[in-house]
Design a protein around this ligand. Sequence first.
Ligand code: 5GP
Ligand code: ZN
Length: 134
Amino acid sequence: MSDCIFCKIANGEIPSNTIYEDDDFRVILDNGPATKGHALVLPKKHYADLFEIPQEVVMGAVKVAQEVAGTMKKKLGCDGLNLVQNNGAAAGQTVMHFHLHIIPRYENDGQHILWKPTSPSADELVAIKNEILG
Ligand code: 5GP
Ligand code: ZN
């Protein structure tokens, strides 16, 4: 995708703060980080989102994220870590090239990467299950 910024970054056409690279992936520091060390796993090939990306590439991205997560813990001393992956504008995706956020978390870092729980009834949950399975 010639007009995709993450294609250009992943393939080295635009410089980035790269913390990991192999034949298929580049991991860069997010330039608007939620916390110290917030990084993005970018596949070098263009896939818009989880619905498009082949299963083996997703599995590769998660493997890379696990490796980098270990490095974050060792080098940055994070207390926890969120993996976040947004698909579609409705879910907050702003760059339409699949990416996996690695967000190191620190006690009292002031970030909130959680949702507001709702309270469906037991019947409503069964109806949703049936809708998914039907
Ligand atoms: P999304 O909301 O699509 O899941 O996340 C996009 C992320 O990419 C955001 O956290 C944003 O800060 C980051 N980002 C957007 N453009 C650039 C860029 O040009 N360089 C870097 N390093 N990060 C970017
Ligand atoms: Zn792309």
